[in-house]
Design a binder for this molecule. Structure first.
Ligand code: SAM
Ligand code: SF4
Length: 432
């Protein structure tokens, strides 16, 4: 979502004639868009500013803005602690960026903080501006914020309450992205499947967007098990453009821990969703997030998590040691000993990696459908992703960007699979 926000910040600042630069020496305005989900986020901001200061030591100071969730959570503390920062703007206030920059240019304001939850005003401003993102696989934020209040999580405090954008503005923005060249759209939300606008849910939005002719693939992330309703499961049966990989965070394989986290579902309920999805789409696969060493997690709870990942065979498991976030209910809970958490994480990741390795080894000599996103810097190599979001590289003398090809997988390493095109025809026959 930060990537989407950063692109929109670029769209906004272009209006006042600012252009992105890769050369830090050339910058006269520096915007640091931040994430606050795990610890050290604030330290990273101070560290970055330190580097920036060194870089600009004998030059005129650039305008320095901090945006994103660290700006929201820390607000004026950042301004007080680090005088080099000119303004902080939270994730629901970044539409005020141009006005802020213009006033800072004229030195008309002293350091300023915008951390209101102006989500309606923000999207009103953004809607009046064409989305210029021109990636083959583009992000589209459809929903923000969260009302679930898991005890470990800062999102309800930094992004605010659940908010869904109107279906009309989303279809219009999806059309813009496809006109810019997108062939895949990844619908985003902190709880993407909580999307609801009037009578429309995520399933309706997916079916509407799938009508865009040149759009070949749709994905969505991140969903919450509690919002996995029957209509969304049906959409996986009815919409060929919807990719058969679902990222559905579970966090733990122990009901005791799920309850302590306030996740609002059990392991059995989670499994039931997977069963229903497999029934409508047998080739569907899953990935998930896990928090290791949540306060109160015993060895027995941890073993249940291990049993769970072995049972499901997630093709990707993202795991994090519990990070106490200030302001959340879990912050003050008695922590699992660091050494124990670290050992559990190592064991978890070893097992998760083995599951992933076996899955990827099984792909060798198989044929997969790859949507190519870009030519790589070296050689005639093209990068793309298959339906399960695996990274695939092939060699080709003709331009593959934006095309879907059948690719035979020849070999792979931990992160990338290498293959050869076996069909030069764009064989996609995806229908809405
Ligand atoms: N809304 C999604 C859900 O309910 O599963 C997850 C969104 S959260 C932004 C992304 C992931 O960060 C979570 O699934 C969780 O695994 C991880 N996470 C969030 N807070 C954390 C914390 N305090 N410590 C460790 N991991 C955390
Ligand atoms: Fe955070 Fe997701 Fe829980 Fe909301 S549902 S509080 S975003 S982990």
């Amino acid at each position: 979502m930060n990537e989407y926000d950063s692109n929109r910040i670029l769209d906004l600042t272009k209006k006042i004639k600012y252009e992105p630069t890769k050369d830090l020496n050339e910058a006269n305005c520096y915007i640091l868009n931040t994430c606050h989900i795990r610890e050290k986020a604030t330290d990273k901001v101070y560290h970055d500013i330190g580097r920036l200061k060194k870089n600009f030591i004998n030059k005129s100071k650039p305008i320095v803005l901090i945006t994103g969730c660290v700006a929201q959570a820390e607000g004026s503390i950042l301004l007080k602690k680090e005088k080099y920062i000119d303004a902080v703007l939270g994730p629901q206030s970044y539409h005020k960026i141009n006005d802020t920059i213009l006033r800072l240019e004229k030195k008309k304001i002293s350091p300023v903080e915008f951390t209101e939850f102006d989500v309606i005003e923000k999207f009103d401003s953004l809607n009046s501006l064409k989305n210029t993102d021109n990636k083959i696989s583009s992000f589209l934020t459809i929903q923000e914020g969260c009302d679930k209040f898991c005890k470990f999580c800062v999102v309800p405090y930094t992004r605010g309450a659940e908010y869904s954008r109107s279906i009309e503005e989303l279809i219009s923005e999806a059309n813009q992205l496809v006109e810019n060249g997108a062939r895949e759209i990844i619908l985003l939300g902190q709880n993407v499947n909580a999307y609801h606008f009037k009578k429309n849910k995520l399933s309706n939005l997916i079916l509407e967007i799938s009508k865009i002719k040149d759009l070949k693939r749709i994905r969505y992330t991140t969903s919450h098990p509690k919002d996995f309703t029957a209509d969304l499961i049906e959409a996986h049966k009815n919409c060929e453009k919807l990719m058969p990989l679902i990222h559905l965070p579970v966090q733990s394989g122990s009901n005791r821990i799920l309850e302590a986290m306030n996740r609002k579902h059990t392991v059995e309920e989670y499994l039931e969703i997977l069963k229903k999805l497999i029934k409508v789409k047998p080739e569907i696969k899953f990935s998930s997030d896990f928090i290791i060493g949540y306060p109160g997690e015993t060895n027995d709870d941890f073993k249940k998590t291990i049993k769970f990942i072995n049972q499901i065979g997630f093709i990707n498991s993202f795991s994090f040691i519990f990070s106490p976030r200030p302001g959340t209910p879990a912050f003050d809970l008695v922590k699992v000993e660091e050494r124990v958490s670290k050992n559990r994480l190592i064991e978890f990741q070893r097992i998760a990696e083995n599951i992933k390795k076996n899955y990827r080894n099984n792909l060798i000599k198989k044929t997969v459908k790859v949507l190519f996103e870009n030519k790589m810097k070296s050689g005639n190599r093209y990068f793309g992703r298959d339906e399960y979001f695996n990274s695939i590289i092939v060699e080709s003398n003709s331009d593959l960007t934006g095309l879907i090809k059948n690719v035979k997988i020849l070999k792979g390493n931990q992160n990338t699979l290498f293959g050869e095109i076996i069909s030069n025809v764009d064989q996609t026959n995806y229908a809405a």
